[in-house]
Design a protein. Structure first.
Lengths: 384, 702
């Protein structure tokens, strides 16, 4: 037998190939490790949990659902927990299928569909402008297929083979085009025997009214600071993180603004970088792009000149190139400015111009013009 | 032509001072004309080597040209002295012979050469001498068709001329075809060119005989329009069927070479007439499939001197008084477009005739047709204010330039990237803010391209004018270059997006469903970046170190991240993570520096640790597996023998005594009391089951 340790490269390759086999799925980031898998394990918003439990008691009557709430509030977690309570843990046995669709213009589309035996999920942003076709074809195919449940065959209600529906989860439902939503509304009614939709979105403003009226709207609020901190305590306890002062947890929770995912990630990164021990003086870890935006906000207020504008422009280009959407930049920048400004009139001006330029961002397609315009405006306003 | 002849005559002057006075002159010493003629010819032969003559007697041709041009001069003295409005100059001064052609002679010759290669087939005349050289060339670059064409045609059956408008592609094609003795059939964009109609036309042209004796050359003009795919398809079909037929010819009957023409009716049709196609843009999508079948000749703008020469020639003939400077200006404005030069000259000539005094140099630019200035020049002009000129005039001129330029989006982009670099007086960034409003206006107008059929696009030319109004200053004199390159920016964005996507793809579905791409890029990856590389040197406690490490390994494994070695510029081998998502997440300069110094070392530790844990796990697993094996073996042998080794040995001995050939069919023949035993030995080499090999019994006992 030859030794595999004589060369670094061999070691690397060997390591990479065995990587997956060696580490079974148990190990992951804390945010995934401690994600509640069932309705009973859900932490915050007990009222919502109660509602979902009552839904799962009578699974045959499950309505179409529309979860809405901010990023990181736990929409998907609740959705999966609900499915788990209805179908059992088989919903977490996921696989990825590649489906092919043909557009009217004869272009071939490939779409990855994540599915379990009980549900499947689609993300409209994967399909771009062709989401109508995918919705029509995929969903009709699923909807027209009668599901036969052999497992609960003893069920007395339907006599023998129980009838069962399939769940379709639509992520980011707010990015569905109008056409796709229109295509959806009839399917929802016509095939409601075979198919149930669970839609997830951050804001309902872009959902058309007919869809909203067909769904049970489930608002998923973000956890409060206290709830976030409690979740952190829980995870910290299981991972044996020494928390010397609870205040630091509150700081993390506040900085994450109700985004539990971000909070847990921040918590883990801080714990690992500080020898599993958090003190009240431990520095808060923020994503690089946030740091960059904070710095830019300070520069805007400190040095209001064309040369500073040029530097800001370079930073903006950099941010955009690093996949940070323009609307996120303007939002973060506006809040960073608000924190740093003390004059009330200036604050009002910043909010006003931020909303003006946010509108311009949405209406136009040249983000750099409007982001820089916002900065120039703010510089003007602060100068008086 | 004159340019070529004059120096020759000049050279011949060494024979006598009087010789340049006329053809039939007799000089002092009584020598006659033929003495002067001969050296001139000899010199011409030097210029026109024999193998370049394409089978045409160039000298004869030169003679003919000279004669005809002399005739033209004489006739023009009478008929062309006054401008004749009935005829466009572009038509009148269209080149009629090969030597009238202006521009790169090499390309012209290439066209002629290609066309002459058809003559063995079309005219039945052998190409003098040069045939082998052509063959060589075919052999060198014609890897696709390794047989010689039995009909000695050029290897690529279609000639594709391309180049900007007005530099004489069509003229060259016509002149050369005429010169080579073909009669031209032209199909251009004005003709119906859809489907079967055009097919009939082309087939009629190519495969039928004409009434006059001259063979046909098909010239398909302007084939790069988007609607030309049908036409191009017909051409491709012809070429393909020709290849089939030719292959049959070459392989089937070599004797059929002579009867090649008659074999046309075989499944493919042999193409026996040259096709010349002309387009502006050789990379147009319609031509994509045709390109590989074509000999592509690219025309460039003629050199300015050649252009000027031709223009002054025309001027002289037309008796138009234009000095060199103005001609030069004209040629610059037209950017080498000879046709538009001629048009403008005719226009000027008519003006000239009406009011001879009015054509002063300053106004020449007003008379010429609208010419585009490059966007970059315009951008710089926007920021300049000429103190000696009325602002209104400057504004008007600039606006006209911008409106003419089709690339207004580019101009606005350029203005945006340049304005911080230029000097302007301002009160606390009021001007950049105002510019932002204009840019928003521009953005909205540009959007109309997708919504209202681009009706609002024309308002875009106002935006650079706003920049002119805001930022133009006397102090701006030098060319400025915007710092940020939009293209680089877009490339970076695309790279980073693909990194995020590939990271997302690697995540197992159980993780994937709980996040989307934007939350991955905004929240998960930046923090994951911190998670995987804590500073180990700080950690004293060994216990904590292990927990931290195991958490890192968990994080890495959950995203299926792997290690690889990047060969970097300054550091020879750096361990890094695959996919390199840190490129997306790292932005802060300070942190970037920090990361680049520390990270590889930390990663090495992590790698070693992960390796170690893996090995440990494996040894434990192996021990367990061994134990299991042993137990199962023990269970088996409880029934037969107490010692497994003894058992195997006795079996082996048994087999040995029976001999090898009996052993082969022992399973079926064995009549012994003991029932036949087959022994299966599973032998594993390495860690995995990947290596399986046949092992002989002997090798186990050695």
């Amino acid at each position: 037998m030859t030794s595999i340790f004589y060369k670094d490269e061999v070691l690397l390759r060997e390591f990479n190939t065995n990587w997956k086999a060696q580490l079974t799925g148990k190990m992951s980031l804390w945010v995934d490790k401690y994600r509640p898998k069932s309705l009973d394990a859900l932490t915050h918003t007990p009222r919502l949990t109660h509602l979902l439990k009552s839904l799962s008691v009578e699974p045959r009557d499950l309505p179409h659902l529309l979860f809405y709430g901010p990023n990181g509030a736990g929409k998907k977690t609740r959705c999966m927990a609900l499915l788990q309570s209805i179908f059992g843990s088989g919903v977490y046995k996921l696989k990825i299928d590649v489906r092919q669709f043909t557009t009217p213009s004869n272009r071939k589309l490939e779409l990855n569909v994540v599915s379990s035996p009980y549900h499947l999920e689609i993300t409209p942003s994967d399909m771009g402008n062709n989401d109508r076709i995918v919705i029509q074809e995929l969903l009709k195919e699923v909807a027209q297929m009668e599901q036969v449940d052999f497992q609960t065959a003893s069920g007395a209600e339907t006599g023998g083979l129980a009838h069962r529906y399939k769940c379709v989860i639509i992520n980011e439902a707010d990015s569905l085009t109008r056409d796709a939503q229109a295509a959806l509304r009839r399917t929802m009614e016509k095939y409601s025997r075979n198919i149930r939709f669970i839609m997830l979105c951050e804001s309902m403003s872009s959902m058309i009214a007919p869809i909203k009226s067909r769904c049970l709207l489930v608002r998923t609020p973000a956890p409060t600071t206290q709830e976030t901190a409690d979740a952190l305590v829980k995870v910290g306890g299981q991972e044996k993180v020494t928390v010397e002062d609870e205040a630091i947890l509150n700081t993390i929770a506040e900085s994450c603004d109700g985004n539990l995912r971000k909070a847990l990630l921040t918590f883990e990164s801080m714990a690992l970088n500080n020898e599993m021990c958090l003190k009240s003086s431990t520095a808060l870890i923020r994503a690089d792009w946030v740091v960059v935006i904070l710095k830019m906000a300070n520069r805007i207020l400190k040095d209001r000149s064309v040369s500073s504008l040029v530097e800001c422009r370079a930073t903006l280009y950099d941010l955009l190139a690093h996949c940070i959407p323009a609307k996120v930049i303007i939002q973060e920048l506006a809040f960073a400015l608000l924190d740093a400004i003390h004059n009330d009139n200036h604050k009002i001006a910043v909010v006003q111009w931020a909303s003006v330029f946010d509108e311009r961002l949405r209406l136009g397609n040249k983000p750099i013009y409007h982001l820089e315009g916002f900065i120039a405006r703010v510089m003007c306003e602060v100068d008086g | 032509m004159e340019g070529r002849l004059e120096p020759l005559i000049g050279d011949s002057m060494l024979f006598g001072p009087m010789e340049d006075q006329g053809l039939s002159f007799v000089n002092k010493s009584g020598e006659t004309v033929h003495l002067r003629r001969k050296p001139a010819r000899a010199l011409m032969d030097l210029n026109w080597k024999h193998d370049e003559s394409y089978g045409i007697d160039i000298n004869q041709l030169l003679q003919r040209c000279e004669d005809s041009s002399n005739a033209a001069i004489q006739s023009s003295g009478a008929s062309r002295s006054k401008h004749s409005p009935s005829q466009l100059w572009t038509e009148k001064w269209k080149p009629h012979t090969f030597f009238d052609l202006v521009g790169n002679e090499k390309t012209n010759r290439r066209v002629l050469k290609w066309l002459r290669q058809w003559s063995p087939l079309v005219f039945g005349q052998e190409l003098p001498k040069k045939a082998p050289s052509v063959r060589d060339k075919v052999g060198a670059d014609g890897a696709n068709y390794d047989f010689d064409d039995p009909l000695q045609r050029p290897q690529k059956r279609i000639l594709l001329l391309n180049g900007p408008p007005g530099i004489g592609k069509t003229s060259v094609a016509h002149v050369v075809a005429k010169q080579a003795g073909f009669s031209v059939i032209e199909i251009n964009a004005s003709d119906e060119r859809a489907g079967p109609h055009v097919k009939d036309r082309i087939h009629n042209a190519l495969f039928n005989h004409t009434f006059d004796d001259r063979p046909v050359c098909l010239i398909a003009d302007e084939i790069d329009g988007s609607i030309e795919t049908g036409f191009v398809k017909v051409l491709i079909d012809i070429v393909n069927s020709d290849y089939r037929a030719t292959q049959r010819l070459a392989s089937g009957a070599s004797s059929a070479v002579q009867r090649g023409k008659r074999k046309q009716r075989s499944p493919g049709k042999v193409l026996t007439r040259p096709i010349i196609t002309i387009c502006n843009n050789v990379y147009a999508s319609a031509l994509e499939k045709l390109r590989p079948h074509c000999e592509i000749v690219t025309f460039r703008r003629p050199a300015e001197s050649a252009l000027l020469e031709r223009l002054s020639h025309v001027c002289r003939k037309e008796k138009l008084q234009l000095d060199k400077k103005r001609l030069k200006e004209l040629s610059e404005l037209s950017q080498g477009d000879l046709r538009s030069c001629l048009n403008n000259m005719q226009f000027m000539a008519s003006l000239h005739a009406e009011a001879p005094e009015s054509t002063d140099t300053a106004k020449i630019s007003d008379q010429i047709k609208d010419m585009t200035v490059s966007w970059y020049k315009i951008c710089n002009q926007v920021f300049r204010r000429n103190p000696h000129e009325d602002a209104k005039v400057q504004f008007g001129r600039l606006l006209r330039d911008i409106e003419i330029n089709s690339n207004s989006q580019r101009i606005v982009q350029g203005c945006f990237s340049m304005f911080p670099e230029v000097k302007f007086s301002d009160h606390s960034l009021q001007k950049p803010s105002a510019a932002a409003d204009w840019l928003y206006f521009n953005d909205l107008m540009f959007k109309s391209l997708f919504e209202h059929n681009g009706d609002l696009l024309r308002y875009n030319s106002v935006v650079p004018m706003a920049f002119f109004h805001l930022f133009s200053d006397i102090a701006n004199k030098d060319d400025v270059r915007g710092k940020v390159n939009e293209f680089d920016h877009r490339e970076d964005l695309r790279n980073n997006e693909s990194i995020v996507l590939s990271t997302f793809r690697r995540a197992p579905p159980t993780l994937k469903i709980f996040m989307n791409k934007s939350s991955l890029a905004l929240e998960v990856l930046p923090l994951l970046d911190y998670i995987i590389v804590p500073d180990f040197s700080k950690i004293r406690n060994n216990q904590t170190k292990t927990t931290v490490l195991s958490n890192i390994v968990a994080a890495l494994s959950s995203f299926d991240l792997t290690f690889s070695e990047r060969v970097d510029t300054d550091l020879p081998r750096v361990t890094c993570i695959e996919p390199p998502f840190d490129k997306v997440t790292l932005m802060d300069e300070k942190r970037v520096k920090e990361v680049f110094t520390k990270r590889p070392a930390i990663l090495n530790v992590v790698l070693a640790k992960a390796q170690e844990s893996k090995v440990r796990k494996r040894t434990i697993e192996q021990a367990r597996a061994d134990k299991l094996d042993l137990e199962s073996v023990r269970k088996k042998h409880k029934t037969s023998s107490s010692k497994p080794v003894d058992y195997f040995k006795s079996q082996y001995a048994n087999v040995q005594t029976k001999g090898s050939e009996k052993f082969k069919d022992s399973g079926s023949v064995e009549g012994d009391s003991r029932e036949p035993v087959k022994i299966w030995v599973k032998y594993k080499e390495g860690f995995s089951d990947a290596v399986r090999k046949d092992v002989t019994w002997n090798s186990l006992w050695e």
